[in-house]
Design a binder for this molecule. Sequence first.
Ligand code: HEM
Length: 501
Amino acid sequence: MDYPTFLLLLSFILSIIYVLTVSGRNDSRLPPGPYRFPVIGNLLDLGHEPHRSLATLSKRYGPLMSLKLGSRTTIVVSSPDIAKEFFHTHDRVFSSRSVPETARVIDHHKFSMVWLPAEDHWRRLRRITKEYMFSAQRLDASEGLREKKIRELVRHIDRCCTSGKVVNVGAVAFTTTLNILSNYMFSMDFAQYDSVSSQEFKETVWALMEVSGKPNLVDFFPILKRLDPQGLVSRVTIYGKKLLTNFDRIIDQRLQRRSSSSSPVGVSSANDDVLELLLNLNLKDESKFSRNDMMHLFLALFIAGTDTISSTLEWAMTELIRNPEKMETARSEILKLTQNDDKNIQESCIAQFPFLQAIIKETLRLHPPAPFLIPHEAIHEAEVQGFTVPKNAQILCNVWAMGRNPTVWSNPETFMPERFLNVEIDYKGQDFKLIPFGAGRRICPGLNFAHRMLHIMLGSLIQNFDWELEGNASPQDIDMGEKFGITLQRNIPLVAIPIKL
Ligand code: HEM
């Protein structure tokens, strides 16, 4: 039975429950929205590409819209002004998370920074993450590590040039990002470029993301929770446990190594990885930062930090292959500064590459990896623009629609990095026109890490290689279709032929 038929059948069966549970409700002060069917509400309005369907609906009902997704009241935000009301003016009220059922497995939601309410424990995790991983100081100190991994990526593509192999751009970007994170955290590689080696960790992260990205009926009808009709919860449990077991083993091995080494436990050297620092923190005060906190933090960071970067890079390369003159402009900008010393692009030089920066902004405008951010939730009832947002309502901020709104951007469907030259628009949460990393207290904590990674990875790919499509295909024929999931990926992976420059 297909998904829409199943929903209709469910609608019929549960109608009676609906009548019993919602009669007498007064929704008149909710923001406007389309007609809601009994029980299923507006689920059928979502389709396979909810970011597009909701963008279309918001043209009719406005940038502040309400829907009912199964039993869930959902508020959809689709303009910079309204986004500012939610994530600046009323930021605290809307700072909680609507937690999907798949995030509750292995109690992840009780430990994970992504899903905890914005209270004390979440604040502690954010502080730890900032201090030990993503402060400017920590990022500067680890620059060499990222550059080393980017050199490995370039060497891998060099080998593809020599052997005439095509490159799956998203896959190599994923491997590079995963290894940069795993070396930063644990001083070890989690993935290899060749397909013969064991890729267990990489495959488990992929599988977990794939399953978690599927719409789950249980989230719309909590009554089905025990049935797990699509089997998503049980599959996420398997993959989640597998990853946690991996982290657990790595922590054990490190503790063993520490106890057998001569340096006293708790004394660290200058080039410590994140695990070393977090173990010290854990030993200092287990009640404030437990081993479980640590394992779930790693899980959250690997899930949130890999595919977001690799899919952005894949979209950027897709747009550049479709627009070779923009690729050439970016390349000459980089070569002007690097060709004398024959070096790869460095993080410390990013500020000197305005066109490259404009390309990343333009890519994130058109292809935000999290098209609805990560769903927020209202802590209590609030009034926005004269409408009521009920307590526990789920908030979806459609940054995909905001990026393509013709009243905000001229020629919104066209890839035009130049629009960002000589204007002060950034994605750091101040300009609500461009918030692919969110804004306010829930803004992405990995933003500065991602900023550096995206620029040096994309910069290196265009500095060292030209790119062509297989079989003389025309760049204009590239399929630009999207696949909606935990991130907004390309429907068909970008496969291209590198040509050594
Ligand atoms: C292109 C790269 C990335 C993009 C576009 C991105 C985007 C986002 C967005 C939209 C959110 C939700 C903001 C909100 O709900 O208001 C978020 C949250 C988060 N991101 Fe990122 N992200 C990226 C890379 C990373 C990286 C590299 C890491 C870490 C290694 C990371 C870790 C997280 C975490 C832990 C959260 C949850 C924060 C919280 O709920 O308090 N992200 N990110």
